[in-house]
Design a protein around this ligand. Structure first.
Ligand code: SAM
Length: 346
């Protein structure tokens, strides 16, 4: 665990640069930042970035920096132009910090001499004066040997790397999902059905400790393709519609794979569906598919009701797959999905 300790922060002057220290900490692999002066605006800005772009980076401001630095259980580094050059110490720091926590102090204006005396290492990124932002970035990059740049975040907004132009895929929240539904022409019948699927998916998702932002978007949007067709192709139509609107693949796939407990490749071929994977794979894909199986119109039904309905249509194998998925998810939840459904109904 890496903590960055930012000292000498003056909320009225340093808002932008301390925000950058925090963003560099997060993007270059640190886990949290402590800032000496209380600054709620700064905290909110950093929380918002983490909420949107993912990860578990945290911030705390208004702390006693000397106490935090002195009492820190782990390796203490002070970044300063007066220190020993990074390349002469980085190997020993890497070795000594293996399996240990590390705290990295960066200053704003003049750094008190206590910081130099408490530190295990006073490290310079060249002995020329520059900036806490660059010093921190280079130190973390050297420490991780560049590997921190490969970290995956999976936030609500995910940048798609592009040679030209720019693209961000996003996971819509409840309000944005409802807006998408209405904008694409969903009627009250679709909205009342997806609302019930949403309620059941949320209940199952909580038991299963699923990623709830995916459950929200996936359940509300799973039938958006019904604005184009009510046939077997509505999941594909919905997925295509969402891809056009830059919705993240993690949500699009929930929509694309929600039919029954999935459609096997040979079945998909017979049904004339495009050559794609229609089997739910992630926990969230499975939850929304099965919640939908347990909702008829706007009413929650039992597994037995659903199986009967499938069998009556001659869909024996798909019925078996639904049974299997029900069992799998009930095990994950530690409770039968029919019982979870009853909790909503009562
Ligand atoms: N003269 C100040 C001092 O007491 O160190 C310099 C403050 S400088 C504007 C702000 C911070 O940038 C420093 O506390 C240090 O963390 C970082 N910094 C600037 N130049 C650096 C360098 N060459 N190597 C390491 N850190 C540096």
């Amino acid at each position: 665990m890496i903590t960055v300790l930012r000292i000498g922060h003056r909320p009225f002057r340093d808002k932008r640069i301390t925000t950058h220290v925090a963003l560099v900490s997060r993007a270059f692999g640190a886990d949290r930042i402590l800032v000496d002066e209380k600054d709620e605006t700064l905290e909110n800005t950093v929380h918002k970035v983490t909420e949107n772009f993912g990860g578990s980076f945290s911030i705390e401001s208004g702390i006693n920096w000397k106490k935090e630095f002195r009492d820190f259980k782990g390796i203490k580094v002070n970044l300063s132009m007066y220190g020993v050059n990074v390349d002469d110490r980085i190997e020993s720091i890497r070795k000594i910090t293996e399996g240990k926590d590390i705290i990295v102090l960066v200053g704003a204006e003049k750094v008190p001499i206590d910081a130099y005396n408490i530190a295990d290492f006073n490290i310079a990124i060249s002995n020329q004066p520059h900036s806490e932002v660059s010093a921190l970035a280079i130190f973390l990059d050297r420490l991780y040997k560049g590997k921190e740049l490969e970290k995956k975040y999976e936030g609500k907004m995910n940048v798609v790397p592009m040679e030209h132009g720019k693209m961000v895929k996003f996971i819509p929240d409840e309000q944005q999902s409802m807006k998408l539904l209405y904008e694409s022409g969903s009627d009250e019948r679709i909205v009342s059905h997806v609302t019930t699927v949403y309620n059941l998916s949320m209940a199952i998702g909580r038991y299963a400790r699923a990623d709830m932002k995916l459950i929200v978007a996936g359940s509300l949007l799973h039938d958006i393709g019904r604005t184009k067709t009510n046939g077997i192709g509505h999941a594909v139509a919905g997925a295509d519609l969402l891809r056009e609107r830059n919705i993240d693949e993690s949500v699009v796939r929930i929509v694309e794979r929600h039919t029954g407990a999935g459609i096997l490749p040979d079945e998909a071929k017979k049904l004339g569906l495009p050559d794609r994977n229609y089997i739910p794979e992630t926990l969230e894909e499975k939850i929304v598919a099965q919640a939908d199986n347990l909702v008829s119109g706007k009413t929650i039904v039992t597994l037995a009701d659903t199986i009967d309905r499938y069998r009556l249509q001659g869909l024996k194998e798909p019925a078996e797959r639904i049974k299997k998925l029900h069992k799998e998810l009930s095990e994950v939840c530690g409770k039968d999905l029919d019982e979870i459904a009853m909790e909503i109904n009562s």
